[in-house]
Design a protein around this ligand. Structure first.
Ligand code: HEC
Ligand code: HEC
Ligand code: HEC
Ligand code: HEC
Length: 491
């Protein structure tokens, strides 16, 4: 009898799981505001795109989402973050940064104190000291008029760098933005960060966190200085003033001050206690912490001597946003077949200076790649990221005639393509799909045909309907679209 009821239960679980799974997936898709990729999605994606269609790549792609430790190494955190901030963070991360991933570990004040003192004891090297113009270290009220003007110039230059870099594609600011779904909210970053550390991070992220998902921009030292000034001064990075009521409730939470900390930092017994807390709280599951032994050996990825596109993928972290085969994010266009899709010249230009293609989604940031890097990426993509079958190019031998183009134009409006796409700057059009005004420069004619035959083939989730176009209609539409080049737009 026991055995049977176990079997029954087993069966029931099976049914419950079967019924709930799609429902859970539905909930997640419709209400999930953050664009984190769900594992289930990745699995689905894999099934849709049979791996045997993919080309074999010259090196194994690294998926930034599958890093061993999700938190940053803690070795030098004492030089990065202010003591008061660390104290509030360890007490309750989500109260400090709205989208924090670290859980509340329920430590009491004495334990937190000990942990911070321990973290300070393992620090190796202070961040490189930067020489700043004297006036840049002053508070706004203490600046003379002349100094204020000079500071303001630096600040405004930084604002420009910030805008072009589109940092907010990954980082929300006080809950707004961050659609990629990976960066911490920077809305109160001035309460945390050390100015020299910020300079060092923006210039070389990987030396602080080798597995970081953040892109390494090709900034000059000048760019970085400007950007640091903007971040350290602009009000969007400063907490909003809170109501008296809330702040008095918060002031009940005990916070370790810089002053109290400096009296404790050499206390050997406290350091030992901190180490013990860190071991018991299993901080090492998510962080690399010097002096704390691991339960299981950690296999680190070897990255010495990376070259070519592999190096670029690692440094720019293209796969935090893009997907290639079954690796990476889903925020930006999937690049698995980009070599069969995109024209080489356009791609090279785009990588040097990204332009807006899809009006609704965010633009690709400007990483300041140099000519060589753009060429490396373009050549790799054209050679390796291909659709297996060879696609017919119906206009290879003769460009489309004016009759074909005219018929295509008529069809474009008859079929209602313009409800989602603009094909002409002055005529306007929908913004759901990419702007097609210069699509002839951007996409290969064979790919447009492949896409129009069945829009769901390259993108199973794509919203473009399958119009079931005849060969004649396809030819006309492709001809019409191939005729959309920059020259004609008079740009
Ligand atoms: C379940 C994973 C997890 C555990 C366990 C965990 N952390 Fe974290 N921690 C994170 C993540 C992820 C971050 C990065 C910020 C965020 O949450 O988005 C972080 C950030 C931090 C930071 C700020 C680091 C920086 O560079 O800004 C400190 C300090 C920290 N953790 C300390 C601890 C300590 C001490 C423990 C153990 C008592 C601990 N963490 C346990 C996941 C974890
Ligand atoms: C591709 C996404 C991405 C872009 C673009 C990006 N970041 Fe980040 N950034 C991250 C992630 C993710 C982290 C946290 C480290 C990690 O988990 O890898 C981070 C960390 C940071 C931190 C440290 C914050 C903390 O509390 O520890 C700062 C400051 C920062 N980024 C500033 C910037 C600035 C300024 C820009 C634009 C020039 C920028 N980021 C662009 C993803 C990004
Ligand atoms: C912070 C996120 C992010 C990172 C990192 C990133 N991209 Fe992009 N990329 C985008 C977005 C968003 C678009 C879509 C732009 C648009 O439609 O206006 C895009 C578009 C592209 C396109 C055009 C694709 C198409 O189908 O139209 C190519 C090619 C491309 N990126 C290559 C790269 C390469 C190579 C890297 C790394 C060197 C990289 N990207 C890094 C966000 C990113
Ligand atoms: C319901 C909206 C909708 C309609 C109607 C529609 N499209 Fe699209 N189209 C899209 C979307 C969305 C994409 C994919 C964008 C992406 O991959 O980021 C797309 C992609 C494309 C592309 C490939 C562009 C690229 O960069 O990936 C072409 C070419 C295209 N459509 C042409 C057409 C033509 C021609 C018609 C009419 C026969 C049409 N579309 C009708 C929404 C639409």
């Amino acid at each position: 009898m026991r055995l049977r009821s176990v079997v029954k239960l087993y069966k029931r679980w099976y049914i419950i799981i079967l019924v709930c799974l799609p429902f859970a997936a539905f909930l997640h898709i419709s209400f999930g505001q953050e664009r984190k990729i769900d594992n289930m999605f990745l699995e689905l994606d894999k099934k849709y795109r049979l791996p045997e269609q993919w080309s074999v790549l010259p090196f194994e792609l690294e998926d930034p989402y599958k890093r061993v430790k999700n938190g940053p190494p803690l070795v030098n955190v004492i030089y990065k973050a202010k003591v008061e901030w660390l104290s509030r963070w360890i007490a309750n991360p989500k109260k400090v940064v709205a989208n924090a991933k670290m859980p509340n570990l329920g430590l009491d004040f004495d334990e937190i104190k000990a942990v911070i003192v321990f973290l300070s004891s393992i620090a190796e090297n202070d961040v490189p000291q930067v020489t700043w113009d004297e006036f840049l270290l002053k508070k706004e009220d203490d600046l003379s008029e002349d100094e204020y003007d000079k500071m303001d110039k630096v600040y405004n230059a930084g604002k420009g760098v910030w805008g072009r870099a589109r940092c907010t594609i990954c980082h929300p600011i006080k809950g707004v933005g961050g659609n990629v779904g990976v960066g911490p909210d920077l809305g109160e970053i001035t309460t945390k960060i050390n100015r020299n550390w910020l300079h060092s991070w923006l210039g070389d992220t990987k030396s602080h966190f080798p597995d970081t998902m953040m892109a390494q921009y090709r900034f000059t030292d000048q760019d970085v200085r400007w950007l640091v000034e903007f971040i350290m001064r602009d009000t969007q990075f400063v907490p909003e003033e809170k109501d008296d009521e809330i702040s008095s409730a918060e002031s009940d939470v005990k916070i370790l001050t810089e002053k109290e900390f400096s009296g404790l930092r050499k206390d050997a017994a406290l350091i030992e206690k901190g180490k013990d807390v860190v071991e018991k709280a299993r901080c090492f599951v998510c962080h690399d912490i010097k002096g704390i032994s691991e339960l299981m050996p950690v296999v680190e990825r070897k990255r010495d001597g990376l070259a070519g596109f592999e190096k670029l993928l690692y440094e720019i972290r293209c796969l935090t946003c893009h997907r290639i085969q079954d690796k990476g994010g889903t925020y930006a266009p999937n690049l698995t077949f980009a070599g069969s899709k995109i024209k080489m010249n356009w791609e090279n230009e785009f990588l040097l200076s990204p332009d807006i293609i899809r009006p609704l989604s965010q633009q690709m940031p400007k990483f300041n790649l140099n000519e060589n890097e753009a060429k490396t990426a373009t050549e790799y993509i054209e050679k390796n990221l291909l659709i297996k079958e060879s696609l017919p190019d119906i206009f290879k031998d003769a460009p489309p005639t004016t009759e074909i183009i005219a018929a295509g134009e008529k069809l474009f409006y008859e079929k209602g393509c313009n409800t989602c796409h603009a094909e002409n700057i002055t005529k306007g059009g929908g913004v759901v799909g990419p702007n097609l005004a210069t699509v002839g420069d951007r996409l290969q004619s064979a790919y447009i045909l492949y896409h129009l035959k069945n829009p769901q083939r390259a993108n199973p989730q794509g919203v473009e309907p399958n119009f079931g176009l005849s060969d004649e209609e396809l030819k006309q539409l492709v001809g019409f679209l191939m005729d959309h080049v920059k020259k004609k737009e008079g740009k």
